[in-house]
Design a binder for this molecule. Structure first.
Ligand code: CA
Ligand code: CA
Ligand code: CA
Length: 257
C-alpha cells in the first residue's frame, strides 16, 4: 500500500527536504506511537480512518535558521490558548532556564521573540517548554460546518541545539464528533548540529509546515487541532521530546478560502 506520503527526517540539516515513506511505515509509526495510549486512540478502526483520510500526499516541509522567523498575527490559531489534556508538564522547573515559560499563550500571540530565546527581555516571553506526554488541544470551531484545513505550522527553538526539535503527532477532530481525534501525520524534525546562535555556526530555530499537495485540504469539518507530544516511533524505538522537553515558539493554522 504505497502512497506519496512524505515525512520529514530529523538527521539532515539546514535545507528543505523531504523523503518518501510508505503508508505502511507511517501507519506502523502511528500504531506504535499510540499503542500504549488508550486515552486517545481506542481502536484500529480510528487509525484506518485517519490513514484513509490522509492517503493523498500530506507533505511536511522543514527549515532552520540562526535568525528569527516572521509569524502570522491573523492565522486560525491566533489568540487561542490551548489546554493541556495530557499527563506531561509545561515549563522546565530548571533554575537555569529562566528564558522558558510554562504559559501556553505564547504559542499563539503572533510574536516570535529573540533568535536566541535567552536574550528575551523580559525573560520567559517567547518559548514554551513542552515536556513528554503533553497534549495541546486548540478549539478553532465549536459550531457550524467546521474548518477546511489548509496548513499547520510549528516553530521550535532553544538557546542551543539541545531542545530545538519539532516532534509531535498532529491530529484533528471534527465539529460533528469533537472527541474522536484522527491522526494527520507525525512530525520529527531536529536539525541536530546547532549551537547557540550567538556563536554563529548553526541554527537553533526550526520551522515545520504541514500541507496537502493534491487537494490542498488537510481535513474538512475541523473543530479541534491536537498536538500530541507523546513518544513517536523512529526505527525500532520510541522517541520523546528532545532531552525530556523542548521549546516551542508559535503554532499556526490556515483554512482553505
Ligand atoms: Ca499566530
Ligand atoms: Ca509566540
Ligand atoms: Ca536538537
Amino acid at each position: 500500500m504505497h502512497s506519496t506520503n512524505k515525512i520529514a527526517d530529523a538527521d539532515q540539516t539546514f535545507q528543505d527536504y523531504t523523503y518518501e515513506a510508505t503508508s505502511t511505515e507511517l501507519l506502523n509509526n502511528k500504531k506504535s506511537a499510540y499503542s500504549n495510549r488508550t486515552r486517545i486512540i481506542a481502536t484500529g478502526a480510528v487509525f484506518l480512518a485517519g490513514l484513509s483520510a490522509t492517503q493523498a500526499a500530506v507533505v511536511i516541509s522543514t527549515d532552520a535558521t540562526n535568525e528569527t522567523y516572521e509569524v502570522s498575527t491573523t492565522d486560525l490559531l491566533q489568540g487561542i490558548v490551548p489546554t493541556n489534556s495530557g499527563t506531561g508538564s509545561l515549563g522546565t522547573g530548571n533554575p537555569g532556564d529562566e528564558f522558558a515559560t510554562s504559559n501556553p499563550a505564547v504559542l499563539t500571540d503572533g510574536i516570535y521573540g529573540s533568535a536566541n530565546p535567552n536574550q528575551d527581555q523580559p525573560p520567559d516571553q517567547s518559548t514554551l517548554a513542552v515536556g513528554d506526554n503533553v497534549i495541546l488541544d486548540f478549539t478553532i470551531a465549536k459550531t457550524g460546518p467546521g474548518i477546511s484545513l489548509k496548513s499547520v505550522t510549528s516553530y521550535s527553538s532553544w538557546q542551543d541545539n539541545g531542545r530545538n526539535a519539532n516532534r509531535f503527532t498532529l491530529l484533528y477532530s471534527t465539529v460533528a464528533d469533537p472527541t474522536t481525534f484522527i491522526p494527520l501525520d507525525i512530525v520529527n524534525f531536529d536539525p541536530g548540529e546547532g549551537v547557540d546562535p550567538e556563536e554563529g555556526s548553526a541554527p537553533s530555530n526550526t520551522r515545520v509546515t504541514i500541507t496537502e499537495d493534491t487537494t490542498g485540504v488537510l481535513a474538512k469539518g475541523v473543530g479541534m487541532l491536537r498536538f500530541d507530544f507523546g513518544p513517536i516511533g523512529v526505527g525500532n524505538e520510541m522517541v520523546g521530546q528532545e532531552n525530556g522537553f523542548a521549546g516551542y515558539r508559535e503554532f499556526e493554522a490556515t483554512a482553505v478560502p
